[in-house]
Design a protein around this ligand. Structure first.
Ligand code: DON
Length: 341
């Protein structure tokens, strides 16, 4: 199953706010719905079944206001977006210095699945590419595979804010039986002492984290939690020690969009992370969390409509970090005056 059941029944329409910001999202959705560029991911066979028409945009402010349009309650697998949150968990589990000794923080300019380690240190370059994410996952603490999986699911529950989460077993098995590149990287990293001998367990846990089912609304809550310094704005629960939020946002900013990270930083200017199911999360620190879902991908594995939507949102509302820093962000003003947003 490439995308799961609809959690439509859970939506409370009164949570969706009508406003100028909402109108802008509606217009963006209308504008890009007809854009058919890109292809759904096929290298994981189950993902080839994704519906290319699906398209949702959701933004959640730190006071819990929800702005959404399109397919925001359609479930799909989180894929690489999970890497952000597992990185945070491992920073808490092991501390910054230890994690840094096993996984670097350098952008690669290579594809997300490149079989490459830093020549000198033998570390994977960063926690956002597959090699770095597998190494990160191998650092999750727990007495055995079940405890590590349960701790990881608990962590995701804190960000998502409800307990109705599960793993898509078909996507997990599909990746588990075809993910030879990832397996090869894990063995290479074990050879260089970057991951321990529990290679198959680490790989399974990595495939499980990638197969977690989420919808666009869930992703926006997760992004808003990072924007809110690690506190879920809907539940008020602390999902992550606030002192690690900056670490996560930094690697999202420099590495989250892979070999598009430089152009993304230039045009959109915000910490973000994409996944091959078509999700993108974007964090506007201290302001808002944004998620876009559309399975049609460009050649780097980023959602085509997702990138377009984020570029326009950033340009229109002055969301770029340096617009934000220079006081040119319109959302800051709008957020402080709810009637305007
Ligand atoms: O390991 C993989 O290849 C996938 N589970 C995740 C890749 C991914 O989402 C890359 N993102 N654009």
């Amino acid at each position: 199953m490439a995308s799961g059941d609809n959690r439509e029944a859970e939506i409370n329409p009164s949570e969706v706010v009508a406003s100028p910001f909402q109108s802008f999202l509606n217009d963006l959705h209308l504008k890009y719905q007809s854009l058919r560029d890109g292809k759904v991911a096929t290298y994981i066979p189950e993902l080839a079944k994704a519906n290319p028409d699906l398209f949702g945009i959701c933004a959640i402010s730190l006071d819990g206001r929800v702005f959404e349009v399109g397919d925001c309650h359609q479930l799909f697998t989180i894929q690489s977006i999970s890497k952000v949150f597992v990185y945070g968990m491992v920073l808490e589990d092991r501390g910054r210095d230890y994690v840094l000794s096993k996984v670097g923080v350098e952008p690669t300019g290579d594809a997300f699945n490149a079989i490459v380690l830093d020549e000198r240190s033998k570390r994977p370059y960063n926690p956002m590419v597959n090699a770095g994410a597998i190494a990160t996952t191998s650092l999750i603490k727990g007495a055995g595979p079940t405890e590590r999986l349960n701790r990881m699911l608990d962590m995701f529950r804190r960000y998502i804010g409800h307990s109705d989460i599960f793993i898509d077993i078909s996507v997990f098995m599909s990746e588990r039986t075809t993910g030879h590149r990832n397996r090869a990287m894990a063995h290479l990293m074990h050879h260089f002492g970057m991951i321990d001998e529990k290679i198959d367990e680490a790989i399974d846990l990595y495939f499980q984290q990638c197969s977690l089912m989420v919808n666009c609304h869930d992703l926006a809550v997760m992004a808003a939690t990072l924007a809110n310094n690690g506190i879920n704005p809907i539940t008020g629960e602390q999902a992550l020690d606030s002192s690690y939020v900056k670490d996560i946002l930094s690697v999202m900013y420099t590495c989250g969009m892979y070999n598009f990270a430089g152009e993304w930083a230039y045009k959109v200017g915000l910490p973000a992370k994409s996944g091959v199911s078509g999700g993108i999360i974007v964090v506007v620190p201290n302001q808002i969390g944004i998620a876009v879902f559309s399975p049609l991908l460009d050649e780097r594995g980023n959602s085509v409509r997702g990138v377009k939507v984020c570029e326009e949102l950033s340009r229109h509302f002055g969301l770029h970090m340096f617009d934000l820093a220079m006081g040119r962000c319109k959302v800051v003003e709008m957020l402080s005056n709810p009637k305007k947003l």
